[in-house]
Structure formats: structure tokens, C-alpha cells
Design a binder for this molecule. Sequence first.
Ligand SMILES: [Zn+2]
Length: 296
Amino acid sequence: MKIIRNIISVSFSLILLLSLINLSTIYSQQPQFSSNKELKIYILTDLEGVSGVVTFQNHSYSTGKYYEQSKILLTKEINAAVEGLLEEGVSEIRVLDGHGSGGVNIDYIHPEARVILGRYPGGLFTLDSSFDALVIIGQHAMSNAPNGNLAHSFSSRTINNIWLNGKLIGETGAMVLYASHFNVPTIFLSGDDVACNEIKEIIPNIETAAVKKGLGLNVALNLSPEKAGEKIKEGIKRAVRKIDKMKLYKVDPPYEVVIEYKNPESAERKAKSRGWNRIDSMKCVFKTDDYLSIRW
Ligand SMILES: [Zn+2]
């Protein structure tokens, strides 16, 4: 009887030990990311900050002879970002094609990315407070930034300068504030060195990857697509690891937006949009307390 009891007790301990080993294997298979919350990341993309995309005429306008190649180059940079995010345990990745005439080539996009293509009302379409962070890929500097390759603010053909509450602002600042409105921090940007420096002015501890050095409006010193991808992947991994340390960049309302156009016709047209008033032949102003109502 005693022998039987011993056998039962030994087998019970063995079962307990085996199930513990089993549990520990399951836990070691979890992603390395320490938080138990699943991360959801929004990627805003543009074409003019991509390595190898250097002129408006040939690369970023839809009529350019290298336009299709430019889209492939951006898509490769997005894929490098997606790879980095996945390696850090990110579970959901949404990409917005933010280039007016389209910048993403869907044929080459990473299978784990979901991409918004088409025409949308503006801003970071479908971004809301359910996202954990904003990432910006392919960004250029604001218009008139010295040496900024393809530097412009929203419209390279018509807009000269934009001010928000008296301070010059470009697409980067405008989109960072849009995300901040939903309490979503911006954690990473890739583009030329001028665009990287521009975002560091407002978010000093942000991670960036300069994939080209701006040498002028239509000229840059570029990394190879492979090297650019490596740099983006490394930078984005660093960014996700310090996501909890990222602060929101905010500007308090009321908002006063002044746009200075390159020609009076554009100013005249803008003055006909709801809420916009003309200040002089080239400038229009828009005042609001609601950041999301700004149409740049
Ligand atoms: Zn842009």
C-alpha cells in the first residue's frame, strides 16, 4: 500500500514539473517587448524625403520620368520601418500614403502593413487615440529651409510660407500637432538631414534616420536604398523601446494660421474657403479653437 502511495506521489510531482516546464516555454516565446499591451502604430508617409528622390520635376511629380521608381523607393523604406516595428512586437501597423498624387506602390508593400490609399479629407485620416504612436517616413523640410532637399509646405507650386501663432510651421509640425491632439506621440522620422533637424526643434528626444543630406532644393547626397533601410529599421527599433519616454508636442488654442502664397490667384482662391480671410495680396488667415478644422 505504501509503495502504491509513493508511486502516486512521484507521478504527481512529475506531472507538476512537466507542466511548469511547458508554461515556461510558452512564456519565453512571447515577443521581447516588456509591456503587456499590444502596440498599434500609425505610419505617415511622403515621397520627397526618400533617399534617391531628389527633384520635383523628375521624381516626385506624377509626370516625372522617375516617379514610379520613387514610389518603389518609398515603399522599400516603409517596409524597413514595418520590419523594425514587427521585431519590437508591434501588433498592428497602419500606413497612410500622404503624397498628393500617391507615393506607395502596393505591389511591393510588406504583407503585415495595411495601407490607406486614395483621396481623404486631410490630416492623419483615421488616426485616433487608439494608436500608441505616430511614425513619419519620407518627410521633407518646410518651405525655404536652407539646403532642404525638395523643401516645401503642402504645395510646392503655390505656398511660400505658413505660420501657426506667429511661428513658421511645415508639414511635420502640422502633422505632429494633429497626432498630439489625440494624445498620440510622434516617435520617429526619416527624411533628409534638414527634415530630421526640423522635428528635433519641437521633439528633442525623437529618434530620426537621415537617409540623405540636403544640398539644395533639387540636389542631395543619398544613401543606397539598402543602407537607408538599415538606418530606418535601427532607428525605429530604438524609438519603440523608448515609447514611454516620448512627450507630446502641443500648442494651446486659439490657433491663428497664416498662409503666404507664391501668387495672388492662389490667395484669392483660398479666401473663398470657409473661415479664411485675405490679409494682403499673397496672405490669408484662419482663426479657430479646433485644431482639426484647419485645412492647410
Ligand atoms: Zn509633403
